[in-house]
Ligand binder design. Structure first.
Ligand code: 4AD
Ligand code: MG
Length: 440
């Protein structure tokens, strides 16, 4: 970082000073003898004004050559201007052109999403994309802050793995010398190793699923943060999830309000996201769905309409726990009754907890309490058609000091989509990977 480099976001600290703005032309226009230049430097927008007398003759000449996204260095005097975006304007004195940009494909008018996705490498410079990714960056930061401040150890799980965590139907495979490897679907199983070694850990990285579904919530590559805690049960897990979401919401509100404004996000709605979040069992959720006219047969997983309806019912994130064990992964601890003692056997219910976000953003957290008996897990692994040899190290955790433990995974992109109000997860990650989307 260059010492004393000026950035637009720090304009407030430089009122009345002569500064050099290094950036790009976002837009320009002329109004009689006055020229306006909207500058973008990556940290914000700043309006430059060219007046005769204040700025050099050459600057007027250079202004005429400028095209959208041309790169420039502009020297001028910063002054307060409440009508300008950001509250400041730059009295331009001189302009140095770095490069005159070719005709830019993305104008400030509307474009179709398909076209914009092809031009994703340029689209990112547009205001809404810029704002959404700045919020994403803050969410990533606050995620780490939450766990680091509470003594969790960051524990990195491998991306190349020999086995599945979340079922075999969404695995991406790749040759791995003489054998086959899979891209990780979740770092959880390794996170459990970490919990037994460090007490409380979080895995944070990209995860992969060969999702064939084209929805506003599914990516094939997405980021997940996965805390895992030893000596923690389902209740502890939901409490941690709730405090975690509160922390992220507060961080975004206090540090990224201007970005949320650009995205036209309703801030009062976010301000009201405070715990406790409602906690309902799957059975109770079915009753609510029936009452709302979209009954779901017992044993089936929620689809988008069901999640949307649950969001409407509560108006804030809601935990659904005790799902039918048949629709959950092999590693869940189970129970015969809701609220009854956890059993290590073939329980009807899985001790899972999913957090459903409002407004159809869907499940943002999925997690629960893990089975801690080696014998039960061995049986489940066989029932799920998995190879025991691949999980022998995982079973060891149950043979050498097994303890009750819990954790969850939070999907970063769905969380960013919900907090920014952006409709589709493709706008919440720099380069989304989806069915039919591998470029740029
Ligand atoms: O519910 P999931 O499948 O849970 C797990 O993977 C657990 N092993 C996590 C754990 O307990 N450590 O996924 C967790 C979250 C979902 O709630 C969702 O937010 C996100 O990951 N997610 C996706 N996000 C975008 N695109 C996809 N295809 C996603 N699949 C899951
Ligand atoms: Mg899930």
């Amino acid at each position: 970082m260059t010492k004393d480099r000026f950035y637009i976001e720090d304009a407030g600290k430089h009122d009345g000073q002569i500064v050099t703005v290094r950036g790009w032309v976002y837009n320009k226009r002329s109004s009689g003898k006055i020229k306006f230049l909207i500058l973008r430097d990556g940290t914000g927008l700043l309006q430059g004004v060219l007046f005769k007398g204040e700025c050099t003759e050459e600057a007027f000449g250079e202004f005429e050559k400028l095209t959208q996204e041309s790169s420039i260095e502009v020297i001028g005097k910063l002054r307060k201007e409440p009508r300008s975006p950001g509250g400041f304007e730059l009295g331009v004195q001189s302009i140095k052109i770095v490069q005159v940009a070719d005709p830019y494909p993305i104008s400030l008018k509307e474009h179709g999403v398909e076209f914009l996705m092809e031009k994703r490498h340029l689209w990112l410079r547009s205001q809404r994309q810029w704002a959404a990714l700045r919020v994403r960056s803050e969410i990533m930061r606050s995620i780490q802050e939450f766990f680091d401040d509470r003594g969790f150890v960051r524990f990195d799980a491998p991306i190349l793995t020999p086995s599945s965590c979340e079922g075999t139907s969404t695995l991406f495979s790749t040759p791995y010398f003489d054998e086959k490897a899979f891209l990780t679907q979740s770092g959880q199983l390794y996170g459990e190793v970490g919990a037994m070694a460090f007490g409380k850990v979080y895995v944070f990285g990209p995860t992969f699923r060969a999702e064939k579904s084209k929805t506003r919530k599914h990516l094939t590559e997405f980021w997940m943060v996965e805390p895992e805690v030893a000596f923690a049960d389902l209740e502890d897990n939901m409490l941690m999830g709730e405090q975690f979401i509160e922390h992220i919401v507060q961080s975004v509100l206090s540090r990224k309000a201007p970005e949320l404004k650009i995205l036209e996000r309703d801030l009062t709605e976010l301000e009201n996201i405070k715990g406790p979040f409602p906690r309902i069992s799957y059975d109770e959720a079915l009753k609510i769905l029936e009452k709302r006219g979209i009954a779901l047969p017992w044993g089936e997983d929620f689809g988008a309409p069901h999640e949307t309806a649950l969001g409407e019912e509560f108006g804030k994130p809601v935990f659904v726990h005790h799902m039918p064990s048949d629709i959950k992964a092999f590693y869940f601890k189970q129970s015969d009754t809701v609220g009854g003692p956890a059993v290590s056997g073939t329980g009807k219910y899985a001790l899972g907890c999913d957090l459903i976000a409002p407004k159809g953003y869907g499940e943002i957290i999925g997690g629960g309490q893990r089975e801690e008996s080696a014998e039960v897990l061995q049986r489940r692994i066989a029932e799920h058609g998995l190879s025991e040899a691949d999980y022998s190290w995982y079973l060891d955790l149950r043979r050498f000091g097994s303890v009750p433990h819990s954790g969850f995974g939070l999907g970063v992109e769905r969380t960013v989509a919900w907090m920014t109000g952006v409709e589709h997860v493709r706008e919440t990650i720099p380069f989304p990977r989806m069915l039919n989307t591998l470029r740029p």
